[in-house]
Design a protein around this ligand. Structure first.
Ligand SMILES: O=P(O)(O)OC[C@H]1O[C@@H](O)[C@H](O)[C@@H](O)[C@@H]1O
Length: 243
């Protein structure tokens, strides 16, 4: 009825790019942050941060992991710094703080829109009696869920703040999804993971979840399959029988 195997009793949804259109806002904030940093370091001839860089090194990962992974891909290693570093500090935390300042500004200016197909899917999953959790690497998860009026569907939330507090490994490690399944009281085999990021479907596969749905928002269906998706759809409503 909702496009999942009969053994599935719980859904673990990523947030940005799966339930809400905020993934592109994050990507924009990251691009501005990294381009500013690289220009400051290398001058006008700097090598820009690309959509491919975002998909490979940043998308789906906790903030500091994204900074570290991308910089490493360019052969740059910076000190970690601390969470209250100023936004112009040349540290992993400073760069992450600059990105957060920008993404919050962009979100405030443009607002948060849930995907209509995702709202329909959440309603159908709830109707079918499935348990629902949101598992996002974003420390802004609660704010985004509230702004999109989606908190009403969510029985458990594992977000960037929980990941930091409980010292969980970020996606592509399965730990945050495993914490989501645990919070709902289900075995990973009984849970379906819904993800738009390569790191996210990889986490779903690594955790031995019962079903991994890749949500293809960025023309990367093949990559989502390669990283572990059992099925790839363009929109969650594609899984519903009565589209
Ligand atoms: O910087 P935040 O809001 O804590 O989010 C961390 C990551 O959260 C993920 O949901 C996004 O896909 C990433 O783009 C983002 O970098």
């Amino acid at each position: 009825m909702i496009g999942l195997p009969d053994t599935i009793t719980a859904c673990l949804f990523d947030l940005d790019g799966v339930l809400t259109g905020t993934a592109v806002l994050h990507r924009e904030a990251w691009k501005r942050t990294f381009d500013e940093y690289l220009r400051g370091k290398d001058g006008d001839g700097f090598q820009e941060f690309t959509d491919a860089d975002y998909a490979t090194y940043v998308d789906g990962r906790p903030r500091a992991d994204g900074v570290r992974e991308f910089l490493r891909s360019r052969g740059i290693e910076l000190p970690e710094g601390s969470p209250d570093d100023p936004v112009d500090a040349p540290t992993v935390n400073g760069i992450g703080n600059r990105k957060n300042e920008l993404v919050l500004k962009i979100i405030d200016e443009r607002g948060v829109n849930p995907y209509p197909g995702s709202v329909r899917y959440l309603e159908a999953a709830k109707q079918a009696g499935l348990k629902i959790a949101v598992v996002t690497s974003s420390a802004n998860g609660a704010k985004v869920l509230d702004a999109a009026d989606l908190s009403r569907f969510v029985e458990a939330r594992v977000d960037g703040l929980v990941i930091r507090r409980d010292h969980l490994k970020g996606k592509p490690a399965p730990d945050s999804f495993l914490a989501g399944a645990k919070a709902l009281g289900v075995d990973p085999k009984q849970a379906a993971v819904f993800e738009d990021a390569q790191s996210g479907v990889q986490a779903g596969k690594a955790g031995g979840f019962g079903f991994v749905v890749g949500v293809n928002r960025e023309n990367q269906a093949a990559e989502l399959r390669e990283h572990g998706a059992d099925v790839v759809v363009d929109d969650l409503a594609d899984l519903l029988e009565d589209k």
